[in-house]
Design a protein around this ligand. Structure first.
Ligand SMILES: Nc1ncnc2c1ncn2[C@@H]1O[C@H](COP(=O)(O)OP(=O)(O)OP(=O)(O)O)[C@@H](O)[C@H]1O
Ligand SMILES: [Mg+2]
Length: 259
């Protein structure tokens, strides 16, 4: 079992604004992500999940605490090192796809590589196996307006993985998908994780989505209040789902109250 700590979140707090109108979104959250993990983060709306991912992505600066990737303090990155971190070390998958409408799927996916000066032939070599894996080979020359929601999100996933980042951050990636397309995406993410050892951190409200993860953190009021992990690598999502639902039930009320 791989025990390399790829990401270390150490006592992160984040307060937006100042004085009486301030909001504390994170209050002293700490956890590690091991290389090859598929980590789920569940929590109610407003519990700080997006804030946490944005701090890891360096889109937001924590008020206090430290985040290390591969042992390096990400707040120390400046200039080229920061651009390299954002462009190559981290992949980001959004709920709303965020594809550029006037670029084809292929162009959208390789954009992060093009921006870093990778030649088209090399980009194509990285693209083709990923497109096959995500079942989007047929739509590579289509524009987003010509694709289904499920296809758009799998194209966005390919863009998140194309530069072989150390970690992919996904914020409610199934939130805009119907249940069939959600399951397809989760199956693909899960197999990229298991077969290619991709490290993924996924925020979700959905116990079903979380059941594809290898470990789930539950956050409330900006701090972790529970953690569940798959008993074995091969525990099926259906069994893990039951355990996730049991935690939610124990915490009082249905998922609507807690998450
Ligand atoms: N730019 C901002 N300025 C002020 N407050 C903010 C800002 N962004 C988020 N907040 C507040 O911080 C808290 C955490 O927000 P965050 O977006 O991280 O929650 P979330 O867990 O992602 O919620 P959701 O599930 O609805 O996406 C909320 O109370 C929110 O109102
Ligand atoms: Mg959010």
């Amino acid at each position: 079992m791989n025990t390399k700590r790829i990401l270390q979140v150490q006592n992160i707090s984040k307060t937006y604004g100042k004085g009486s109108s301030s909001t504390t979104a994170l209050s002293g959250i700490s956890f590690d992500v091991l290389e090859g993990e598929f980590l789920g983060i569940m929590g109610a709306s407003g519990s700080g999940k997006t804030t946490l991912l944005n701090c890891i992505a360096t889109m937001l600066k924590p008020t206090s605490g430290k985040i290390l990737l591969d042992g390096e303090d990400i707040s120390a990155f400046k200039g080229k090192a920061l651009a390299n971190y954002r462009g190559n070390k981290i992949g980001y998958l959004y709920q709303s796809f965020e594809l550029l409408d006037n670029l084809t799927a292929r162009e959208n996916i390789i954009l992060p590589l093009s921006l870093h000066g990778v030649k088209n032939a090399d980009a194509e070599q990285a693209l083709l196996p990923l497109a096959g894996h995500l079942d989007i080979t047929e739509v590579l020359d289509k524009f987003p307006g010509q694709m289904s929601g499920g296809q758009k999100q799998r194209v966005a996933a390919a863009r998140a993985f194309i530069s072989a980042p150390s970690i992919v951050l996904a914020d409610e990636p199934t939130g805009a998908l119907d249940s069939k397309n959600a399951k397809t995406l989760l199956d693909k993410l899960s197999s990229l994780n298991r077969q290619e050892q991709k490290t993924i951190v996924m925020v979700t409200h959905d116990a079903n989505a979380a059941s594809f993860c290898s470990r789930v953190l539950f956050i409330q009021d900006g701090t972790i209040f529970h953690e569940l992990r798959k008993s074995t690598k091969n525990e099926p999502p259906t069994m893990f789902y039951e355990r996730i639902m049991a935690v939610i039930a124990q915490l009082g009320g249905g998922s609507a109250n807690v998450l």
